[in-house]
Design a binder for this molecule. Sequence first.
Ligand code: HEM
Length: 241
Amino acid sequence: MDEAIGKQVDLHRNASLEKSGPRDILDLALNDPEYGKQATTSEIIDQMKTFWFAGNDTTSSVLCWVFVYLHRNPPALATLRKEIADVFGTKDVANQIIENPKLLNQLDYTLAVIRETLRLEPPAQMIRTTHEPYHVTTRSGNSYVIDKGTAILINSYQMARTENIWGKDALEFKPERFLAGNIPIAFMPFSKRPRDCIGTNLAYLEVQLRVVSRLILDADYSCFDDSKVSFHTGGGSLSGN
Ligand code: HEM
């Protein structure tokens, strides 16, 4: 993989000065006035691998879960389809989006479906390592000191299932909970600053576009054999410190 990406880096490095027209992420990195010139090829290869790893499995996993949950919740699927039809009709959807990408901002319920799926099935979990002893006080008032050098997993999968955050219906798929505003801080599928996911907006866009295109194109959406779907996921971790 390093060799294949390295070849691309060399090709883009040589071509990037003359290039006009569409630019990809390599062009952007190599043409960055501060970063582009001083970054070594091996560093850029690592950056590209991170984007590849961080941006692919995550988005495709959410997309799969969106369709699983919609399959299991026909009323949600019907509401979603109505919203998409109200905004786009059924013809020339791709062109409508190209001409006016802001149409996607009207898809409130679609976004809520994606958020609710991310809440229940976050594809990535966060790990932080303490650089000094870390004092924690829980809601019930107990205090703990976590030793320096301890890895802490922030378990967003479990947080999504906590009733005192989400209510008695925490386990249920209810996109409506995201329509009211006031999203609890425990919703953190993309982590929180200062080190949150750099691809958040792109991920929402990609999933939204795929959902719209599948549901518009597949007049008769149906799912696979439900009994073969495993609900025992917990996500993976993307980062260390
Ligand atoms: C639904 C899709 C996605 C989810 C749920 C997701 C989630 C996350 C999470 C939880 C982190 C860790 C942040 C932390 O350490 O606190 C992260 C980091 C990152 N994500 Fe995403 N992500 C998604 C899509 C993408 C996409 C589409 C891209 C770019 C094309 C991307 C690029 C990155 C990068 C570069 C990092 C930093 C990795 C590092 O710190 O080494 N992600 N993402």
